[in-house]
Design a protein around this ligand. Structure first.
Ligand SMILES: Nc1ncnc2c1ncn2[C@@H]1O[C@H](COP(=O)(O)OP(=O)(O)O)[C@@H](O)[C@H]1O
Length: 183
């Protein structure tokens, strides 16, 4: 995708509560280039891209094929931020950068408690963060140079993460412009 698009697609992933949406929203407002934030979890709900709802885990059983069909035209032109707690379903060719947000588990616990998640769901997510499940998933699904792990525990982290992603986008554009003119 990087060869045929003027802007990169970026996945922002991480355990629920690590700060994906907050980071994506700030990135959209601060980016010098236009970016579109897609909260994939919201999209799944709005467009019913699920098989059913699991009461016990309080979550949707997502229909991956439906999600991919829905997203394909949206990512085609680049400049999209895909915000989701999982990343391995997105084809490698769609994605130019995968940002995995991380958070100290005590702080994560408090954030999820503030969301009124059930104890079971808080424990599940907390354990997943400790086991760095999403990071492992990203590393298994994308080339090492495409995966960046960033802490998201403070407002300073938030600002510096957004600045780093913007710097990365600018570098990507420069490389891409060089590739375009060389063709
Ligand atoms: N870097 C950060 N520093 C402080 N609070 C944060 C940070 N990132 C996220 N938060 C807070 O944590 C909560 C969860 O953030 P959110 O962006 O909704 O997470 P996610 O999209 O990963 O589920 C929100 O209340 C948000 O304000």
């Amino acid at each position: 995708m990087s060869n045929s698009h003027k802007l990169p697609n970026i996945v922002i992933t991480g355990t629920p509560g690590t700060g994906k949406s907050t980071t994506a929203e700030l990135l959209v407002t601060q980016s010098p280039v236009p970016l579109k934030h897609i909260n994939v979890g919201e999209l799944v709900k709005e467009r019913r891209l699920y098989e059913n709802y699991d009461d016990e885990w309080q979550s949707y059983i997502v229909d991956d094929d439906k999600v991919l069909d829905e997203l394909e035209p949206m990512v085609a032109d680049g400049g999209v931020i895909l915000d989701w707690h999982t990343c391995d379903i997105f084809p490698e060719r769609w994605v130019d950068l995968v940002v995995v947000l991380r958070c100290d588990h005590t702080q994560l616990w408090n954030r999820l408690e503030a969301r009124n998640y059930s104890l079971k769901k808080i424990q599940e997510n907390n354990e997943s963060e400790i086991m760095q499940t999403v990071l492992e998933e990203a590393r298994e699904s994308y080339p090492p140079e495409a995966v960046v792990e960033l802490q998201s525990e403070s407002t300073d982290d938030l600002e510096s993460n957004v600045n780093r992603i913007i710097a990365w986008i600018e570098a990507w554009q420069k490389n891409n412009a060089t590739e375009d003119s060389a063709q």
